[in-house]
Design a protein around this ligand. Structure first.
Ligand SMILES: NC(=O)c1ccc[n+]([C@@H]2O[C@H](COP(=O)([O-])OP(=O)(O)OC[C@H]3O[C@@H](n4cnc5c(N)ncnc54)[C@H](O)[C@@H]3O)[C@@H](O)[C@H]2O)c1
Length: 418
């Protein structure tokens, strides 16, 4: 079987970690059971470009149980957990093309290899797979029924492709499901980003000034968790609504220029580029720590930092120390790539359960309709979102009230006032 992974002997370790994640993924487990019985994806070829983690392995298993022929490559050169490709290849016979730390050329070669089995469905995280298909493997486009997209940055890119009229097949924006971004982006990124910073540096957050750039769903989670660890949290924003929300949530809000000389730790999570750049590095304190949790490694202007620095050395596994001409040291974590996946294990399975339930059910939904859909970006249907929330609640032992007939009537009419 075709594959390119680091080390097949890691397969048994990966199997244990995959099983550990599965214990916290009851909704996906339910989907696995129903897919195994009904085979809704029989004969469907899926190329997936996702972070290759223990949770993703469980999604791959679900798709395969549903009858799909799946291939997987990484959606980031640093996010692969090398025992997972090993177990998928050895124990599940799923071809994987992913090695943690792969260089830029290998990353794109792996995407091309994932496309080699001529998929009818693409599953993306950041839209690199879709972008490569549209630029380098155009001959595959007529055979592709549709795709799904996992993250905010990917949805932005795909909507831009649709707006320019170049998107050639329909995509479901899994990120935009409420059971995805309200939980994965906020609680998943919030906790795992702090985890990544701590594993990389082992700093004590209490008392430090922690600057979060971007108060979207991810930034809210990171700010909340940094505050919980005792940090003094500062938020930078460009959107006045998000900024006022941060103020009312009790955070200090200022520009990056004002935050630069104050911050001990900086974390970008905006989906934008050059959020921390030369003029900010110039004003930072000696010892400042800079990290990113946004999708691409463009939020911190690393080339500018490298050009300013007198020396650069790796002082811990995920810490590069850049020394500026005046002797100040700036510490860049995880080469500016998503720190929660580079230095930690990404989101906990408990939250990926909902994200990947959306992925699996969105693929089934697409297959039923793809031929009649326009070439644009579609939301996850509300009934899927609500079904996932209900299943998750049930798995957590929480029950909710039901509307009475009188309440239903009251909520749907205008005559009744005080
Ligand atoms: N690390 C992870 O595991 C993970 C998980 C989910 C999403 N993401 C990625 O994180 C990024 C953010 O996702 P989100 O869902 O929070 O997006 P979002 O759109 O909800 O929020 C982004 C926020 O950043 C702000 N912003 C944009 N440019 C800015 C700038 N120059 N300075 C300050 N703020 C700025 C925007 O106004 C917005 O409020 C995306 O790239 C997304 O793909 C990463």
């Amino acid at each position: 079987m075709d594959h390119d992974i680091k080390d097949l002997t890691l397969a048994d370790k990966g199997r244990l970690r995959m099983a550990w994640a599965a214990r916290s993924m009851p909704v996906l487990d339910e989907i696995k059971r129903s897919f195994a019985k009904d085979k809704p994806l029989a004969g469907v070829r899926i190329a997936a470009c996702l972070h290759v983690t223990s949770e993703t392995a469980n999604l791959m298993e679900a798709l395969k149980l549903g009858g799909a022929d799946v291939r997987l490559c990484a959606s980031n050169p640093l996010s692969t957990q090398d025992d997972i490709p090993a177990t998928l290849v050895k124990h599940h016979k799923i071809p994987v093309f992913a090695v943690k730390g792969e260089d830029h050329r290998t990353y794109y070669r792996h995407i091309l290899q994932a496309l080699d089995h001529k998929p009818s469905i693409t599953m993306d995280d950041g839209a690199d797979l879709v972008s490569v298909t549209h630029s380098k493997r155009k001959e595959l486009l007529p055979g592709i029924l549709g795709g799904t997209e996992e993250t905010t940055t990917g949805v932005i890119r795909l909507k831009s492709m649709a707006k320019d009229g170049v998107l050639r097949y329909p995509i479901v924006a899994v990120n935009d499901a409420q059971t995805k971004h309200l939980f994965d982006n906020r609680y998943g990124t919030g906790q795992s980003t702090i985890d990544g910073i701590l594993r990389a540096t082992n700093v004590l957050l209490a008392g430090l000034r922690f600057v979060v750039a971007g108060y979207g769903m991810c930034g809210k989670g990171v700010a909340m968790r940094a505050r919980g660890a005792g940090a003094r949290v500062v938020v930078t924003e460009v959107d006045p609504i998000r900024a006022i929300e941060a103020v009312m949530d009790g955070f200090e809000v200022m520009t990056m220029a004002a935050a630069a000389p104050l911050g001990d730790v900086f974390l970008t999570v905006t989906g934008n580029k050059s959020v921390i750049r030369k003029e900010h590095f110039r004003r930072m304190k000696d010892g400042a720590i800079v990290a990113n949790a946004g999708h691409f490694n463009v939020e911190i202007d690393i080339p500018a930092l490298a050009a300013m620095a007198r020396t650069r050395r790796r002082i811990r596994e995920f810490v590069d120390e850049y020394t500026l001409p005046d002797g100040r040291r700036i510490h860049l974590l995880g080469e500016g790539r998503l720190i929660n996946l580079a230095a930690a294990e990404g989101h906990p399975a408990m939250v990926m359960d909902m994200s990947f339930a959306n992925q699996a059910l969105s693929v089934r939904w697409l297959l039923g309709r793809a031929k009649g859909l326009a070439r644009k970006v579609f939301p996850v249907p509300e009934e899927i979102d609500r079904e996932i929330a209900a299943l998750k609640l049930e798995s957590m032992g929480a029950t909710i009230d039901r509307l009475t007939a009188a309440q239903k009537r009251y909520l749907s009419e205008w005559r009744e006032g005080t």
